[in-house]
Design a protein. Sequence first.
Length: 417
Amino acid sequence: MEKLDITRSLRLFDEATKLVPGGVGGARRPYNFVRGEYPIFFERGKGGRVTDVDGNEYVDFLCGFGPIILGYREEEVDEAVIRQIRDKGFCFTLTQPYQNQLAEKLNECIPCSEMCVFTKTGSDGTTASIRIARGYTDRMKVMRCGYHGWHDWCVEVKGGIPEKLYEDVHEFHYNNLNQLEDLMAKYGDETAAIILTPFGHPLHEKMQEPEPGFLEGVRGIATKYGAVLIYDEIRTGFRLSMGGAQKLYGVTPDLSVFGKGMANGYAISALAGKAEIMKAAEQKVFVSSTFFSNSSGYIAALKTIEILERDNVLDKIWERGGRFLQKVRNITNKYDVGAELSGVAPMFFITFKRDKADTYKARREDFYTQLIRRGVFLHPHHHGYICYRHTEEDLDLAAEAIDEALAYVNEKHGVSK
Ligand SMILES: Cc1ncc(COP(=O)(O)O)c(C=O)c1O
């Protein structure tokens, strides 16, 4: 399969490097994909497909890195926001009443939710959760597991951040209860919060479902030491279930953070949790920003949640995605190239088994190169999502491309089973 023509993307990127450090935002830089093969700029999208600036069309499984739960340009959501902007306005000195409607809706959907603080991004929400937990407990230490955004306390790249801003933050690995137990035996009395993604989606690595007893164990440890248990449901919220992973797995945290899938692409996030703890945000800690009360996000979230409920969207994603993943699993099993499928129907990932000589990297690069050339936008280092508007045709096209791409890798690097 021939290389795509991405001339315009490359030209725009060249121009961008003189205008924006790195050309485009960190996670979206070409070195994160396959350099020279993936487009760098998109022009438009509709449903489950996007078109780049050179006119190449892709079935897109990144879904804007998560917020697209319905599909691109979902008319009902966009119309609701446009109507709000045109008829009433969305940016005011005081709050519009949609805030209350959305908080009530989240209380209905999310098991731990009794009160909400609305913010704009995932990083806002996770950072607010830590500040509130610290204010509530009068303790400083935080145990964390997963990616929680770009703010000082948690970002992986430490450049530009004084050590004292993250010296109280300790990391543990998903499904490793012993590691958390050891950390808490040492620091439990000083620990304000344990924050984790309730579903394991570490960068570059296979996705992990909670092992039996893991979430229950974390819950028990948090309670034992009086630490606030926080779920970062930025990816899992309104995707794994309407109440996030906490509803799916039946283990309830004290606070949880939602964003991405909640509003089909509009900027809004929510910290939702137990009233007793959330009330720390009334006096002890300050959380506020010029744009937090803008109603465009509230309106988009209310409409998105209405559609998710009305059309039983998540059941359909589980069903359609489940059939797709079974097909992909059969395909990956056909080839002895180290390809591994992980995740669940709404979020899945194809990774390559690591080996000492690092040959998996070449197989991974060839695989994702063959996929993008066939019009399937998946990411070598980040899992994909299935959205409501992915059609059977989109999924069939993707399955066929995965089969062909693995056959290519097998021919070049592997041995057939
Ligand atoms: C689990 C999780 N938490 C927090 C964040 C940070 O969200 P944002 O990029 O909107 O600040 C992300 C973003 O990808 C995320 O995946």
